[in-house]
Design a protein around this ligand. Structure first.
Ligand code: SF4
Length: 365
């Protein structure tokens, strides 16, 4: 096993489709995605940043965040030196905020433990905060030509179909076995440029051809090698039995607003705890019922509460129903009673603090 938790076999298991890697590399060079802002660089900082942003987030969204982030933090040193709240603010709207916290911790670890230069081996990269085995492989293959395979969700889909791999990926054993097969498919004599095309090819094939519900097998560069296609129903791969059970919760958010001395409007925000949903972000006070929210404001003001339209917000393990309740607060009045641990933030300065995506429209200037 490597430090990334990825086993590397001594020799390729028999029965793998010969010609997969060359066909994929040739197709990527011919028809794959080129010209994305994070392509064509061997700078591990830029590759790492894009890989973390692209986890759970569409390319079209990352296209606007990536240049903004680089403009503010052009290198790992500037990111490591920044306050974590600045990083969270720039991440605001991308979701999965543990990525931003780990990004900051990882930058600090690179500065402290690696003298400011990312390590080159995937096994070392995978010891850094927030860098899993597949991300480590992507950085090592793109930037340093390491002959190592990525295996994110898209690639799992491509390879299980290619190989008609029908073992249950909810189990650790089959997961390990698929890692071994992925590694065995890498060309043992691939040059650094080949590894760039191979890794990008795996990503491109999963994103644009071998899609989840309707793979375009007729356009696929490895259709002649694909056992899943030969079986007649490639979409039955990958096999994964465990299903996520989402818990339903109702949240009531108290949007307290007051005029400021200089003619602006301010909103009262809490900083969320460092663990849990929206950890470390700024947010209006949250209550688990409307009764609890009412109890937090002076009884004389309860009649001034105004209910907005509720919105649904799905997280990995929760289904949230968010109920905004607004309240006009007198100018220069003290912090609101039971919701006291927070701060006033001007509406026109909301972009400078990290906010959870679903509450941003309520707080926009
Ligand atoms: Fe996916 Fe179809 Fe290509 Fe097989 S032939 S890898 S199922 S797109």
């Amino acid at each position: 096993m490597t430090g990334a938790g990825r086993p590397v076999p001594a020799e390729a298991p028999a029965g793998l489709p010969a010609g997969f890697a060359p066909a994929l590399i040739a197709w990527q060079r011919r028809e794959g995605r080129h010209g994305l802002p994070w392509q064509g660089t061997r700078d591990p900082y830029r590759v790492w940043l894009s890989e973390i942003m692209l986890q759970q987030t569409q390319v079209s969204t990352v296209l606007s965040y990536y240049p903004r982030f680089l403009a503010r933090f052009p290198d790992v040193a500037s990111l490591a030196a920044a306050p974590v709240d600045d990083v969270m603010a720039l991440w605001s709207g991308l979701g999965y905020y543990s990525r931003a916290r780990n990004l900051h911790r990882c930058a600090q670890a690179v500065m402290k433990d690696w003298a400011g230069a990312f390590p080159q081996r995937s096994a070392d990269l995978a010891t850094l905060p927030g860098i899993g085995a597949s991300t480590a492989a992507a950085i090592a293959s793109f930037c340093f030509g390491e002959r190592v395979s990525i295996l994110d969700g898209n690639v799992r889909r491509v390879l299980t179909r290619l190989l008609a791999f029908d073992r249950d990926l909810a189990q650790a054993g089959p997961q390990r076995e698929l890692w071994e097969l992925a590694q065995a498919l890498v060309q043992p004599d691939a040059e650094a440029d080949d590894m760039v095309a191979y890794t990008q090819g795996l990503m491109d094939l999963g994103a644009t051809v071998c899609t989840r519900t309707r793979p375009s097998c007729a356009l696929c560069p490895v259709q002649d090698l694909c056992e899943g296609r030969r079986s007649g129903d490639p979409t039955r791969f990958p096999v994964r039995t465990r299903r996520l059970n989402r818990r339903f919760e109702a949240w009531w958010l108290l949007l307290i607003e007051r005029p400021s001395d200089d003619g602006h409007t301010e909103v009262w925000l809490h900083k969320r705890p460092e663990r849990g949903i929206w950890a470390g972000l700024f947010c209006p006070p949250v209550f688990d019922s409307r009764e609890a929210l009412c109890a937090a404001v002076p009884s004389a003001m309860a009649e001034l509460l105004h209910d907005g339209d509720a919105v649904a917000h799905a997280l990995t393990h929760r289904e949230l129903r968010l109920h905004p309740v607004s309240l006009q607060w007198p100018a220069q009045a003290d912090a609101p009673g039971a919701a006291a641990s927070g701060q006033w933030v001007r509406r026109d300065q909301m972009t400078q603090v990290g906010l959870p995506a679903p509450v941003r429209p309520w707080l926009a200037a």
